[in-house]
Design a binder for this molecule. Structure first.
Ligand code: NI
Ligand code: MN
Length: 228
């Protein structure tokens, strides 16, 4: 069995694992980097890291079309309920749950989480997934650098997916420090160059990570996949 990550641009990810389609932060409409539209993507589960529009994105319409379960913190889960999404599962930071596709734990993220209509979106999160074939993948969500990334790294990460765009999240320097704490086998940079304010050169960053850490960097183009 293998696991495949697809980067759809910005922070939008697909993860195929255990014959299940997970969509993370599905932002297609209004995403200048997206190469597909929200009607084209498959989803059994939709995972939302926080309430901002570039992460909640098209969750509601995709959940309605596919019947996918939305997994998020309790505040965002209840908001989804108010948008007519009945199939939700609420978790909170530090808590894990066994789904058919693996064990999913919510992790700390340093950011905001207000929802597009101004509702309280609780605290932002990241995701740590242990797949059914025992691979560990960490999706940091929007976050600044924090020292407890060391604790997440202690779990032994196969893949880390982290923001490098700066301005709203970690920039390249802090993202490099994050890799040193996370010590993943593979790292994929996201949340950059969607707009000018977060423009970065991922190849320059990759060269620094390669020089200073043991992690293998995979710079994807929107629509590209990485299997592990
Ligand atoms: Ni955000
Ligand atoms: Mn964002």
């Amino acid at each position: 069995m293998s696991n495949t990550v697809t980067w759809f641009g910005h922070a939008t990810l697909g993860l195929e694992t255990a014959e299940t389609h997970l969509l993370i932060d599905p932002f297609f409409n209004g995403n200048p980097a997206a190469t597909v539209n929200p009607e084209q993507v498959a989803a059994d589960y939709i995972l939302v890291t926080h309430g901002h529009g570039d992460h909640v994105g098209d969750s509601v319409s995709i959940a309605k079309r596919t019947g996918a379960m939305v997994i998020a913190n309790a505040e965002i889960s209840s908001w989804m309920g108010r948008q007519g999404i009945e199939n939700t599962h609420a978790q909170h930071i530090g808590g894990g749950y066994h789904y058919p596709f693996g064990y999913l734990k919510l992790t700390l993220a340093l950011h905001g989480s207000a929802l597009p209509d101004g509702s309280n979106g609780g605290n932002p999160v990241g995701f740590l997934l242990t797949t059914t074939d025992d691979k560990k993948i960490y999706i940091a969500g929007d976050t600044g650098l924090f020292g407890d990334m060391k604790l997440i790294g202690d779990e032994g990460l196969d893949v880390a997916i982290i923001p490098i765009g700066d301005n709203y999240t970690m920039g390249p320097d802090d993202a490099l420090r994050a890799v040193k704490m996370l010590m993943p086998k593979h790292v994929i940079p996201i949340h950059y160059s969607t707009w000018d304010v977060i423009k970065q050169n991922p190849d320059d960053w990759a060269a620094r990570v390669t020089a200073e850490t043991g992690a293998q960097v995979h710079v994807l183009k929107p629509g590209e996949r990485f299997s592990f």
